[in-house]
Design a protein. Structure first.
Lengths: 162, 158
């Protein structure tokens, strides 16, 4: 039964407050585009008209971490950049989520070298990993849907922030 | 490069005891590190090589004179390119900064300082280019492990 049916019949709906909040959170995930290298191109493609990330309520790419809910880390993260990524992550208001997009971000990828962090989960809590070098925009959308499912299920982060 | 220009180049650099070495078809000159500044002033002002387009550092991993700096110099008016090469000590490689002659050498030398550990005297701003300022190693040296020194660069706390 749809929401509109129920509203027009009864004039009200009942819901658990937790679920209501999660429903709102998951359908308006504003991304913080942490585009560091080539994966960011695919992230931009996902935001464009062809793949149209706004179908999932995430079209509002904010370039201020203070207005974002999910950070999409897209690119090779060096040790020097790790400080910046973490600083931006720390500025995002709770609740917040992280998508690690691409092989580099998830595991260092082909850069098995002294300057690249071998996976951003060494310094950030990651919710969804996306495979690929680069992942297609569809993969990013799939990650977003996975994250929405995760939020809807009430799955908490494995550890709290700070 | 035509013969006359090459002969002119050789004769001008003779006073600095430059040692000619062909570099993939372009003239190259090994110059002693003590006279490189004076030689480069001549190369720039008298011979017209007004731009320094690149500087390369080499680690030969030999016991003596392990390091080498190679400067890639271009003369736009003559459509010519030469290389100036300087051999440097194994223990503490250092030379006069050629940014005193070509301003553009500034960042090339900073990069060589960062990644190869070559010290440039009288450089206006010798800071690291890529690695964090507090980093202690020079990653492009041949004795540096590929994965780096564990825990040498701090990561933010999780
Ligand atoms: S995973 Fe591939 S496409 Fe993505 S940042 Fe790394 S190298 Fe670039």
């Amino acid at each position: 039964m749809g929401l509109e049916d129920k509203l027009s019949k009864d004039g009200f709906v009942t819901a658990k407050i937790d679920e209501l909040i999660r429903y709102c959170q998951k359908n308006a995930l504003w991304p913080m585009p942490m585009g560091i290298s080539c994966c960011a191109i695919e992230m931009m493609a996902a935001a464009g008209p062809r793949f149209d990330i706004s179908r999932f309520g995430s079209e509002v790419f904010r370039f201020s971490p203070r207005q974002s809910d999910v950070m999409i880390v897209a690119g090779t993260t060096t040790y020097k950049m790790a400080q910046v990524v973490r600083k931006i992550y720390d500025q995002m208001p709770d609740p917040k989520w992280v998508i690690a997009m691409g092989a580099c971000t998830s595991s260092g990828g082909m850069y098995r070298t002294y300057s690249v962090v071998q996976g951003i989960d060494l310094f950030l809590p990651v919710d969804v990993y996306v495979a690929g070098c680069p992942p297609r925009p569809d993969n990013l959308l799939k990650a977003l849907m996975t994250l929405q499912d995760k939020i809807a299920s009430g799955d908490r982060k494995p550890f709290s922030i700070n | 490069m035509n013969i006359e220009r090459l002969e002119l180049l050789k004769s001008k650099l003779q006073q600095f005891e430059a040692e000619y070495s062909d570099t993939n078809g372009s003239p190259g000159f090994y110059i002693d590190k003590d006279s490189v500044i004076d030689a480069c002033r001549v190369i720039k002002n008298d011979l017209g090589f007004r731009s320094c387009v690149d500087a390369i550092s080499v680690d030969r991993f030999s016991k003596k004179l392990r390091f080498e700096m190679i400067y890639n110099l271009v003369s736009i008016e003559h459509n010519e390119r030469i290389f100036v090469k300087v051999r440097l000590d194994t223990k503490s490689p250092a030379m006069q900064s050629l940014s005193q002659v070509w301003d553009s050498a500034n960042w090339y030398e900073r990069e060589a300082y960062d990644l190869m550990g070559i010290n440039f005297e009288n450089h206006p701003d010798l800071r690291r280019m890529y690695m964090p300022e507090a980093y202690e190693y020079h990653p492009l040296r041949k004795d540096f492990p590929l994965m780096g020194i564990p825990d040498s660069i701090p990561l933010p706390n999780k």
